[in-house]
Design a protein. Structure first.
Length: 336
């Protein structure tokens, strides 16, 4: 669950969606929450208490952590702004985050929380938790927890008040504060190791080789029940545009060619060319789409319900950039 604002999460997910999320984690799933997502996963949010514009003081029903998500840790936060942003150095619990040789890492902070420990009764009624990293032991950070891990049933949730995923190479010179970026650059590699350790705490498989940018793989669009003569197929031809990667259906495959003259593949639109075979071995080495759609048929209201279109890649760039920014018609097809 990413950063942003916690209140819209509660508005949209309270009820059935939260029950589904919690059930997923309790049954052995892994859940990563960053910044606003970390607030949202706590039993209660206390955000900028006393501020007439910013205050949030409310319970949260997901409650993967039985304590309080409290912030801001540092002063100066403003929505849609870098005014409260800073590079802060967290102390890492190297007993659990074994990838890191250094005991501290510089990370990006902008409005995140710390985690107030639950009382003994709340702790007994919920799951075990442990601290993975602490804020600096200074006037504002006070050595408070910056990252925690919670065992929830058979699953695990990691919550972080700081942005361990921040990559200075993607910084925007026009909006990101130069002093913040400079404070983060020296620890790019250490932050990547922190992210890798976090993913491993969540039970994910990661590479042991040197941390380098992986090459992006082909994209597959897999649409349940799509045949060459179906209305869904006609919708594909009507809505997809030139450029892109690979479109795959349950009954037929399509290759979406990339214009090799453009280096940035995220700026491609999509066009479709029919192929005879579905390249499952090259495109889906870590995912079984057949099993996915078998399960979808059991839980969905209809074949055309949400989830009947699946966009898949082994390695890709920002999905928001691909779908929202450069391929809006493609995005409309995916979610109509």
């Amino acid at each position: 669950m990413p950063g942003g604002r916690d209140t819209p999460y509660a508005r949209d997910l309270n009820g059935k969606a939260n029950r589904k999320i919690r059930q997923y984690v309790e049954n052995g799933g892994s859940y990563l929450d960053i910044c606003a997502g970390a607030y949202y996963a706590c039993r209660k949010v206390e955000f900028e208490l006393g501020s007439p514009l910013l205050q949030v003081d409310a319970p949260r029903e997901l409650a993967l952590f039985p304590g309080v998500g409290r912030g801001c840790v540092y002063r100066g936060f403003a929505y849609d702004s870098e005014a409260g942003a800073r590079a802060t150095r967290v102390t890492v619990n190297t007993t659990h985050m074994v990838d890191l040789a250094a005991a501290s890492v510089s990370v990006y902070y902008n409005g995140g929380c710390t985690f107030d420990q639950p009382n003994q009764q709340q702790q007994q009624q919920h799951q075990q938790h442990q601290t993975l990293a602490w804020y600096p032991n200074d006037e504002e950070g006070k050595g408070q927890p910056a990252m925690i891990e919670c065992r929830v049933g058979k699953g695990v949730a990691v919550m972080s008040g700081v942005h361990l995923e921040y990559d200075t190479r993607l910084a925007n010179p026009a909006s990101d504060l130069p002093a913040v970026v400079q404070g983060l650059e020296a620890d790019d590699q250490a932050r990547a190791l922190l992210m890798r350790s976090t993913l491993r705490r969540l039970g994910l498989k990661t590479s042991d080789v040197a941390l380098t940018d992986p090459a992006m793989t082909d994209l597959a669009l897999i649409v349940q029940g799509l045949t060459p003569t179906s209305p869904s197929c006609e919708r594909v031809w009507a809505t997809l545009k030139a450029g892109g990667d690979t479109l795959v259906t349950g009954d037929e495959s399509f290759q979406i060619r990339v214009d090799g003259s453009k280096a940035d593949r995220t700026q491609q639109q999509v066009h479709v060319q029919r192929l005879k075979a579905i390249p499952t071995e090259s495109l889906q080495t870590s995912f079984d789409s057949t099993l996915y759609f078998e399960h979808h048929k059991q839980v969905a209201d209809s074949l055309d319900s949400f989830g009947s279109s699946l966009l898949y890649a082994e390695v890709t760039t920002s999905t928001q950039t691909i779908l929202d920014k450069y391929n809006p018609k493609y995005n409309c097809f995916m979610f109509q």
